[in-house]
Design a binder for this molecule. Structure first.
Ligand SMILES: CC(C)(COP(=O)(O)OP(=O)(O)OC[C@H]1O[C@@H](n2cnc3c(N)ncnc32)[C@H](O)[C@@H]1OP(=O)(O)O)[C@@H](O)C(=O)NCCC(=O)NCCS
Length: 149
C-alpha cells in the first residue's frame, strides 16, 4: 500500500477538511478544520495528512509534551481518522508504523499515548495490534493506552 504522511499545505488543505466520517463516528473527534486551527496555537502540535498515492484519505495529529512540563517526554496522538470510504481497508494498519517511526525520529519522547472509546472496536484493535497497552481510564470513560518507544 502506497501510504505516506505529509504536512498540511495549501495543496492538500481542502482535501483534508473535506474528509468525512460516518455520522455515528463524529463523536470521537472534532472536525479536521478545528484540529488544524488548534495546531496553530503551539509548535508542539503536528497535524498530518494521510495519503494513499496522490489522494488524501485521512488525517491525524500528535503533540509533544512541553519541555519542563509534567508531560515532557510524552507524545499524545490526539486525532486519527480515515475517510469513511477508505475505512476497514487496511489504511490505519499501514499508517501506524509510519507514524510511530516519525514520532520516534523527533527524538523527543519516551512514550506515546492515545485515548479511545472502549466501544470503538476499530480503534481498539488498531492500537492494540501495534503494542499500545491500556493503563487507565479518563474521566469521560475513554481508555488511556501507552506505547514505550
Ligand atoms: C479507527 C480507524 C482510524 C481505523 O482505521 P482503518 O483504516 O479503518 O483500520 P484498518 O482497516 O487498518 O483496520 C484496523 C483493524 O480494525 C478493524 N476494523 C476496521 N474497521 C472496523 C469496524 N468498522 N468494525 C470493527 N473492526 C474494524 C480491522 O478489521 C482491523 O483489525 P485486525 O487488526 O483484526 O485486522 C478508522 O476506522 C476511523 O477513522 N474511525 C473513525 C474515527 C475514529 O474513531 N478515530 C479514532 C479515534 S481514537
Amino acid at each position: 500500500m502506497d501510504i505516506t504522511l505529509t504536512g498540511i499545505t495549501r495543496d492538500n488543505f481542502y482535501e483534508v477538511i473535506e474528509l468525512e466520517l460516518e455520522k455515528a463516528q463524529e463523536k470521537h473527534l472534532p472536525s479536521n478544520v478545528f484540529s488544524i486551527a488548534e495546531s496553530t496555537l503551539s509548535e508542539t502540535f503536528f497535524p498530518r495528512a494521510i495519503c494513499l498515492g496522490d489522494q488524501v484519505v485521512g488525517f491525524l495529529m500528535y503533540q509533544f509534551g512541553e519541555i519542563g512540563d509534567f508531560d515532557e517526554g510524552e507524545c499524545t496522538i490526539w486525532r486519527f481518522m480515515i475517510d469513511r470510504n477508505h475505512q476497514n481497508t487496511g489504511v490505519g494498519k499501514a499508517v501506524m508504523p509510519l507514524l510511530i517511526d516519525e514520532i520516534k525520529a523527533h527524538d523527543r519522547c519516551r512514550l506515546i499515548e492515545i485515548y479511545y472509546d472502549p466501544k470503538n472496536l476499530a480503534a481498539k484493535k488498531l492500537y492494540t495490534r501495534f503494542g499500545f497497552k491500556p493503563v487507565g481510564e479518563r474521566e469521560d470513560g475513554d481508555v488511556i493506552a501507552e506505547l514505550d518507544v
